[in-house]
Design a protein around this ligand. Structure first.
Ligand code: DOR
Ligand code: ZN
Length: 369
């Protein structure tokens, strides 16, 4: 295993939250990625252009200037979104599309879509104005087993959308199933998918390993091992339909270690290290750069980045908890060893390449009290 250098990657699916939590977590993503598509599931949701632009300004004040981090936004699609908002959004290069949450599917998805037909005029406008539809692809029908919700969403909802809007570019976010992989492969070039690091590394056993593991709980839930294998094959295939989206979704420790734990894995501080681990286990490190740095930019018709980053073999422990002004956040792999390290990653070691005096994020190793 040797250190290797790749074009600086982008994260095409990220949750940064707002306020103190935003200020705490955004620097981690800025240290790892050049660009990110930031999700709009805030409270209240970011349904309008002006809200998204104001949020973008807050993100920019939360990251070190020297990082050169560029946030892009997706607007939260609702049945009440005026059709003219689509044309308006298309005038802003920072806004890449709209996010479709089936109502109640996940964190802050209450304002999402009940009946897909209700947003057909909006999808038609997006198709016309060439905005991308990002989809949380799970049905919310409580009769449907949680492990089947992605597969059924594809059958019931996604196929009709693709048929009706053949020129609408769609990203099926955080893909988790073999059926999903096969569907994306068989669909026209207008359909692509993001894949998280945690779905590449864990199957559903991780949720129950030695006890209930809330820090492995995310949506869509990880599936059986053959699904993880299918995701790994897709990510490492070199096929441009698959690209990196961490879905890093920070929740405060007290909201994760709770009777009704929130969904989301916080992976931002170690995202590239996790992807490197998955690709290296698959013997496909040579495929990481295209997946992490080219395919997403190409799909979104943005230039590829020019800077580079280096990943080096290293044995180091992930902090047990990240403590900052937002509170305590337990990352995926807390207290465990990683075999790769982004050089330099100012938040994973003591050497700092870009520092920001207003950045209050801090790491703390050892056991939290
Ligand atoms: O695990 C998840 N967490 N999945 C999502 O779809 C949303 C996210 C969040 O915002 O917490
Ligand atoms: Zn998400």
């Amino acid at each position: 295993m040797r250190a290797f250098t790749l074009t600086r990657p982008d994260d095409w699916h990220l949750h940064l939250r707002d306020g103190a939590l935003l200020r705490q977590v955004a620097p981690f993503s800025a240290a790892q990625f050049k660009r990110a598509l930031v999700m709009p599931n805030l409270r209240p949701p970011l349904t309008r252009v002006e809200q998204a632009l104001a949020y973008r300004a807050r993100i920019l004040t939360a990251v070190p200037k020297a990082s050169g981090f560029e946030p892009y936004l997706s607007l939260y699609l609702t049945a009440a979104t005026p059709v003219k908002e689509v044309a308006y959004a298309s005038r802003f290069p920072e806004i890449l599309g709209f996010k479709l949450y089936p109502a109640g599917a996940t964190t802050h998805a209450e304002a999402g879509i009940e009946r897909l037909e209700s947003v057909y005029p909006l999808l038609e406008a997006m198709e016309r104005h060439d905005l991308v539809l990002q989809i949380h692809g799970e049905v919310t029908d409580p009769e449907v087993d949680i492990f089947d919700r992605e597969k059924i969403f594809i059958e019931r909802e996604l196929i009709p959308i693709i048929k009706r809007f053949p020129n609408l570019r769609i990203v099926l976010e955080h893909l988790t199933t073999q059926e999903g992989v096969e569907f994306v492969l068989s669909a026209p070039a207008t359909l692509a998918a993001t894949i998280t690091a945690h779905h590449l590394l864990y199957n559903r056993n991780a949720l129950f390993a030695g006890g209930l593991r809330p820090h492995h709980y995310c949506l869509p839930v990880p599936k059986r091992e053959p699904h993880r294998q299918a995701l790994l094959r897709a990510a490492t295939s070199g096929n441009p339909k698959f690209f990196l989206g961490t879905d890093s979704a920070p929740h405060l420790r007290r909201d994760k270690e709770a009777a009704c734990a929130c969904a989301g894995c916080f992976t931002a501080p170690i995202a590239l290290e996790l992807y490197a681990e998955a690709f290296s286990q698959a013997g496909a490190l040579d495929k990481l750069e295209a997946f992490a740095s080219f395919h997403g930019a190409d799909f979104y018709r943005l230039p590829r980045n020019r800077e580079t980053v280096t990943l080096a073999p290293a044995s180091w422990s992930v902090p047990e908890v990240y403590t900052g002004e937002g509170g305590e956040i337990v990352p995926l792999r807390a207290g465990e060893t990683l075999g790769w390290r982004l050089i330099p990653n100012p938040y994973s070691d003591s050497s700092s390449s870009f520092s920001n005096s207003s950045n209050s994020s801090s790491r703390s190793g050892g056991s939290p009290s």
